[in-house]
Design a protein around this ligand. Structure first.
Ligand code: PGA
Length: 251
């Protein structure tokens, strides 16, 4: 049985006051258990604060991006070595907002995935189609291309440790969730692609999340599907009460 992994993607939201409040509320409640893993991916300036506050809880802290080089002349960038040094466990790679606004490509995504493993970070690799691609019948081939590129050069064991987040772009922040059947169809396809590229055993182990307007009211239905092992959640992860509800509904 694959465990459920719920990851909050705070994007460019929250400063010290909100973060302290969120973490106070979270530590009062018992977060995460053997069946459900909880991760918050916060903004870079607050990662240390989050790691500090999450100490002695089961909450893991992730970043939302990183560079693929460990150091060097890359003004304004943050390296995998730095994230590892801060005790960050996870890193989101290739979110559609990064692909769209910050020129992230399948090639840089692959370099970052490899750099994550070289630095003890678990990558949460995002893939997803636009509405135009879905309507043109190009959805599955597009997803296959993104998954294949992202996993290029990895060992089977690394792939088994990778989290893949299927996030249809038209469902992100729009309030329009893919139906559980629509989401599962693509997650099944992703597992098949992993199976073709690696082995059945690796494909059975890889965690596949759904993301795009997930909230406490729809998460249970989404997670009831055969191939959805968790969720990557933006808006509904910002408040502790809502994040805790997501975890509760995932049990
Ligand atoms: P949303 O964002 O839950 O606000 O739609 C999801 C994401 O972009 O990861």
């Amino acid at each position: 049985m694959r465990k459920k992994i719920i990851a909050g993607n705070w994007k460019m939201n929250h400063t010290t006051v909100e973060i302290n409040k969120f973490m106070e509320e979270l530590t009062e409640a018992k977060v995460g258990n053997e069946d459900v893993e909880a991760i918050i991916c916060g903004p870079f300036p607050y990662l240390s604060l989050l790691v500090d506050k999450a100490n002695h809880t089961a909450l893991k802290i992730g970043a939302q991006n990183m560079h693929f080089e460990e150091n060097g002349a890359f003004t304004g960038e943050v390296s995998p070595l730095m994230l590892n040094d801060l005790n960050i466990s996870h890193v989101i790679i290739g979110h559609s907002e990064r692909r769209e606004y910050f020129a992230e490509t399948d090639e840089t995504v692959n370099k970052k995935v490899q750099a994550a493993f070289a630095n003890n970070l678990t990558p949460i690799v995002c893939v997803g189609e636009t509405l135009e691609q879905r309507e043109a019948g190009e959805m599955l081939s597009h997803i296959e291309k993104q998954v294949t590129a992202a996993l290029n050069g990895l060992t089977g064991e690394q792939v088994a440790q990778t989290i893949i987040a299927y996030e249809p772009i038209w469902a992100i922040g729009t309030g329009r969730t893919a139906s559980s059947a629509e989401a599962n169809e693509v997650c099944v396809h992703i597992r098949q692609v992993v199976r073709q590229l690696f082995t059945k055993n690796i494909a059975e182990r890889v965690i596949i999340q759904y993301g795009g307007s997930v909230n406490p009211d729809n998460i249970r239905e989404l997670l009831s599907q055969t191939d959805i092992d968790g969720a990557l959640v933006g808006g509904a992860s910002l408040k502790a009460a809502s994040f805790l509800q997501l975890l509760e509904e995932s049990k």
